[in-house]
Design a protein around this ligand. Structure first.
Ligand code: 5GP
Ligand code: ZN
Length: 114
């Protein structure tokens, strides 16, 4: 499948990986919008939140465990951070492999911006 995040998960293209286990990989966003901008993905391809079903729930648990661990490693667990997943056209999704943005290292501001 021609999916850039599958290729990152399979190490077919390089990325700055900050966390990895059997089910999850996390790497720095190539175009960061905050001092800490990390993408957390399941290794198994699923396009977006809208495609999730029961077989993905284990991955979601691992993703949120990873997010907590990454926040500690990056030193933003106490200052705080935002977790975002964009879904579909109106959500602004550009890469159709489910991913959670971790944004932190400074105040991330209001929830919605146009
Ligand atoms: P979306 O808009 O789909 O929620 O976010 C996609 C994110 O993936 C963007 O923030 C973009 O900068 C990032 N991105 C796209 N291609 C690559 C890549 O090849 N490597 C890395 N590290 N990030 C990427
Ligand atoms: Zn994929």
């Amino acid at each position: 499948m021609d999916c850039i995040f599958c290729k990152i998960a399979n190490k077919e293209i390089p990325s700055d990986i900050v966390f990895e286990n059997e089910r999850v990989v996390a790497f720095r966003d190539i175009n960061p919008v905050a001092p800490v901008h990390i993408l957390v993905i399941p290794k198994a391809h699923v396009a977006s939140v809208q495609e999730l079903d029961e077989k993905h729930y284990g991955d979601l648990t691992e993703i949120f465990k990873a997010i907590k661990e990454i926040a500690v490693k990056e030193g933003i667990d106490k200052s705080g951070y935002r977790v975002i997943t964009n879904c579909g056209k109106d959500g602004g999704q550009e890469v159709f492999h489910l991913h959670f943005h971790i944004l932190g290292g400074e105040s991330i501001g209001k929830l919605r911006c146009k």
